[in-house]
Design a protein around this ligand. Structure first.
Ligand SMILES: [Zn+2]
Length: 62
């Protein structure tokens, strides 16, 4: 699994070189914490992390 350095979206497909959300190729295998966002409009974590699309997000990406 990899996490995007820009929007923190986690990609479960190892073959993927691009983030589904922001199209960045800057993915990192070194991240910690996972936030599952199912309802971005109502989630405090989503607001904090600036997320507006549902998915799994890393809390920290190195
Ligand atoms: Zn991204």
């Amino acid at each position: 699994m990899k996490a995007c350095r820009h929007c923190r979206l986690i990609t479960y497909d190892k073959k993927k070189e691009r983030c589904d959300h922001c199209n960045s190729t800057d993915l990192s295998g070194d991240y910690s914490g996972i936030a599952v966002i199912t309802n971005p409009e109502k989630s405090e974590i989503a607001k904090k992390l600036n997320i507006n699309k549902k998915g799994h997000y890393a809390l920290k990406v190195r």
